[in-house]
Design a binder for this molecule. Structure first.
Ligand SMILES: [Zn+2]
Ligand SMILES: [Zn+2]
Length: 241
């Protein structure tokens, strides 16, 4: 299996595990592998239908599957934490391999990266593969070179969605629309390296401005293909393939 096939199959595997435990109203709508500008890398499981108590009580039954998935993606996490909403529902389960700075920063305050965060486990970890981090840096340098501005690439994430879509999303700060099409083509080359056979290149723009928020390359499922034919107003379609 190649990298994105692993991501898709692990999404299904984690969903199956959760459904075995909690029933069919639980699903995992996205599994993504990310690299942040600070050097952190991680895996995000985005579930629907489970709450923080489910996760706490059944963690010994859930974690082996999630950790296995992290290892499949050459990620060696140091912490597992959940993002929890006001209704106690878990919106994301993160397995992160912190960079040195974040490890120090989140060491205090019960290790809580954010106030809506529940730390579930800590691991030895710390020996993650740097490939995705390197791709993020490479793309950030390229954007800076081409635009001449110190754009910050906050995050590069590779995702597999439940609907069948796969792709890369990046979150930018300080980027304008200049040179957008060329940069999306460069991102598509990175997608090719990760064996993503994309069919849509697009950006999202902060409404009423020329500021770019995200750059995206996607291989779309049938339903999403129809949806993107009539995109939201903040979406700039660069190219269909
Ligand atoms: Zn970090
Ligand atoms: Zn889709």
């Amino acid at each position: 299996m190649n990298y994105t096939e692993i991501l898709s199959s692990d999404r299904a595997k984690i969903e199956k595990r959760l459904r075995d435990l909690f029933g069919f109203n639980v699903s995992v709508f996205q599994l993504s592998n990310y690299a942040l500008g600070c050097g952190c890398t991680g895996l995000t499981v985005s579930p629907t239908g489970i709450n923080i108590d489910d996760l706490e009580v059944f963690k010994d039954h859930i974690f082996p599957t999630v950790i296995e998935s992290a290892h499949d993606l050459l990620l060696d996490p140091t912490i597992a934490y959940a993002i929890v909403g006001g209704d106690a529902g878990v919106s994301a389960l993160h397995l992160a391999d912190y960079c040195d700075r974040c490890a120090v920063e989140y060491g205090g305050a019960d290790g809580r990266p954010r106030p809506d965060t529940y730390v579930i486990a800590n691991f030895e970890g710390g020996k993650s593969d740097k490939h995705l981090s390197n791709l993020r840096s490479r793309f950030e340098n390229l954007i800076r070179e081409r635009t001449g501005i110190p754009v910050y690439l906050l995050e590069m994430g590779v995702f597999a969605l439940r609907c069948g879509c796969i792709g890369i999303s990046t979150f930018t700060r300080g980027m304008r629309r200049d040179g957008l099409d060329e940069l999306l083509n460069k991102l598509d080359k990175i997608a090719e390296e990760l064996s993503i056979d994309s069919d849509l290149l697009y950006a999202t723009i902060i409404p009423g401005t020329i500021e770019v928020m995200t750059l995206n390359v996607k291989h779309l499922c049938e339903d999403c293909r129809k949806r993107y034919r009539n995109p939201r107003s903040d979406i700039y379609i660069s190219r269909w393939k």
